[in-house]
Ligand binder design. Structure first.
Ligand SMILES: NC(=O)c1ccc[n+]([C@@H]2O[C@H](COP(=O)([O-])OP(=O)(O)OC[C@H]3O[C@@H](n4cnc5c(N)ncnc54)[C@H](OP(=O)(O)O)[C@@H]3O)[C@@H](O)[C@H]2O)c1
Length: 388
C-alpha cells in the first residue's frame, strides 16, 4: 500500500487527486495535503489539509511524498527532508531538478530512496523513463523538440495571423490559462532550458547547469520575423536541443526556423513533441500534452505506480567512462534582426543574406554557438534572434 503525503493542491495537485480517484488497481491513498494559503477556498474538507510540513514529513505511516508546489527552493527543502526521513519522492518541479541535479543525485545515494520526476519534462510524454530504459543501448546522437506549451501556443497563433502582435497573443494566452501571469520563465526560455538539462542528463549522462544552456526567448518576436521565416518556407518554434558532436555536448533552447517539411513545424498550440535521433533506430517523435492538470498528473501517477515495483532511475549513462563534455564550439546558422549595434553583437563567420526593408534589417549567416552564447541578450523588440 502506498500512503501518499501530497505537497501542493494547485493545478497539478488537484489533477492528481482526480486521476488517483479514477484509477482502479493502484493501491494507494492520499493521506494528507500540505498547502500554503490558510484562507483559500478548497474543494475538499479542511481536515484533508495541513499547513505544517512536518505533519507529513514526520508521519511514519506516509511512505511516499508527492511534491507539486511551485516554489523550487521550498520544494528542495521538502524533498530533501522527505528522502532523509525514508520516503520515496515523486516531483514535477523541473526548476528544482535542473538547478539541484547533483545534490539530488547525492541525496538518492545517501538516503537510498527513489526520486522520480517524469512530469517535470514534456508533461504527459514519457521521455525520461524512455531515455533511462529503452535508449540505454542505442546510440543516441540528439534529442530535440518543443517542450514548452506556452511559447508554442503563442508562436502558433502568431504564425496563423500575420497581423497579430506578441503582446496581444500573450494576453489571450493568459486569459485562457495557457500562460502564467508572470510568463518570464516560459517566454525567456528558462523553462525549456530546465527541461534541456534534465534531458541531457538522461540521454547522455551529462549534468549541465541551466545557465550553460544557450538560450534566447521569444518576447521580442514581431510579425516581420514570422514573415521572414515564412518566406524561407519555415515557421518559428522555440526548440530545445541537446546533441553530441564528436563526443562533445551542445545544449540550447532557442527560437528556430523549422521548415514546413519537418513535422515539428506542425505541432500546434500547447502540444509538445520530442524527437530522438538514434544511430540504429533512426528518428522517433513523441507527441503529447506538455502541460495541464490531467496530462501532467498522468505522468505523476505513472511514477507513483512505478514505485510499486521498486523502480528507481539507475543513471547508468552518468557512470559510463566517456561522459561528453559541454562545448559551444560548433557552427550554426542564425537569423538576427535589429539595428547596426544589434547586428554587430554577433561575430559572423560568413553572411549569406543582408536584407534591409523599410525600418527592418536582418542578417542570416553562419556563426558559432559560442558567439551566440556570449552575445548580449537584447530584450527590446528591436532585436530578435533565431537559429536557421
Ligand atoms: N501546471 C502544469 O501544467 C505543469 C506541468 C508540468 C510541471 N508542472 C510543475 O508542477 C508543479 C506545480 O505546478 P502547478 O501548476 O500545480 O502550480 P499551482 O497551480 O500554482 O499550485 C501550486 C500549489 O503549491 C502550493 N505552494 C506554493 N508554494 C508553496 C510553499 N512554499 N509551501 C507550500 N505550498 C506551496 C500552493 O498552495 P496554495 O494552494 O495554498 O496557494 C498550491 O497549492 C510546479 O513545479 C510546476 O513547474 C506544472
Amino acid at each position: 500500500m502506498l500512503t501518499i503525503g501530497l505537497f501542493g493542491f494547485g493545478c497539478v495537485g488537484q489533477g492528481l487527486w482526480d486521476v488517483i480517484h479514477r484509477t482502479h488497481g493502484l493501491r494507494s491513498r492520499i493521506a494528507r495535503i500540505f498547502v500554503k494559503d490558510k484562507h483559500k477556498a478548497r474543494p475538499l474538507p479542511q481536515s484533508a489539509f495541513t499547513f505544517e510540513r512536518h505533519d507529513i514529513l514526520n508521519d511514519g505511516s506516509i511512505n511516499v511524498v508527492v511534491e507539486l508546489i511551485d516554489d523550487a527552493e521550498a520544494a528542495f527543502e521538502i524533498v530533501s527532508a522527505a528522502m532523509r526521513n525514508g520516503k520515496a519522492v515523486v516531483t514535477a518541479n523541473k526548476k528544482m531538478v535542473a538547478t539541484r541535479f547533483r545534490e539530488l543525485l547525492e541525496l538518492q545515494r545517501e538516503s537510498q530512496q527513489p526520486l522520480l520526476y517524469e512530469a517535470s519534462t514534456g508533461g504527459s510524454i514519457p521521455i525520461i523513463r524512455n531515455l533511462e530504459e529503452y535508449y540505454d543501448n542505442d546510440l543516441l546522437s540528439g534529442v530535440e523538440g518543443i517542450v514548452n506549451g506556452t511559447t508554442n501556443y503563442i508562436l502558433s497563433k502568431l504564425s496563423v495571423n500575420n497581423e497579430a502582435n506578441y503582446y496581444d497573443v500573450l494576453h489571450d494566452a493568459q486569459r485562457l490559462g495557457f500562460a502564467e501571469s508572470d510568463p518570464t520563465l516560459d517566454v525567456d526560455a528558462w523553462d525549456a532550458a530546465y527541461k534541456t538539462v534534465v534531458i541531457s542528463a538522461h540521454a547522455f549522462g551529462a549534468v549541465i547547469h541551466p545557465d550553460d544552456v544557450v538560450r534566447r526567448g521569444i518576447a521580442t518576436i514581431t510579425p516581420f520575423d514570422v514573415a521572414v521565416a515564412r518566406s524561407h518556407g519555415c515557421d518559428i518554434k522555440l526548440l530545445s536541443r541537446t546533441s553530441l558532436h564528436n563526443n562533445k555536448l551542445i545544449a540550447w533552447a532557442l527560437p528556430t526556423f523549422v521548415p514546413h517539411t519537418d513535422m515539428l513545424a506542425h505541432i500546434e498550440n500547447e502540444t509538445n513533441a520530442i524527437r530522438l535521433h538514434g544511430a540504429f533506430s533512426d528518428d522517433q517523435l513523441l507527441i503529447g500534452k506538455g502541460a495541464g492538470a490531467h496530462p501532467t498528473a498522468s505522468a505523476v501517477l505513472s511514477d507513483i505506480a512505478a514505485l510499486k515495483y521498486g523502480y528507481r532511475y539507475e543513471y547508468k549513462k552518468l557512470f559510463q567512462n566517456d561522459i561528453p563534455q559541454f562545448n559551444t564550439d560548433i557552427s550554426t546558422r542564425v537569423y538576427i534582426r535589429g539595428d547596426e549595434s544589434h547586428l554587430k553583437s554577433i561575430d559572423f563567420i560568413d553572411v549569406e543574406i543582408d536584407h534591409k526593408a523599410n525600418n527592418n534589417r536582418y542578417l542570416i549567416g553562419r556563426t558559432s554557438m559560442r558567439a551566440l552564447a556570449e552575445s548580449e541578450p537584447f530584450i527590446s523588440s528591436e532585436c530578435f534572434i533565431a537559429i536557421v
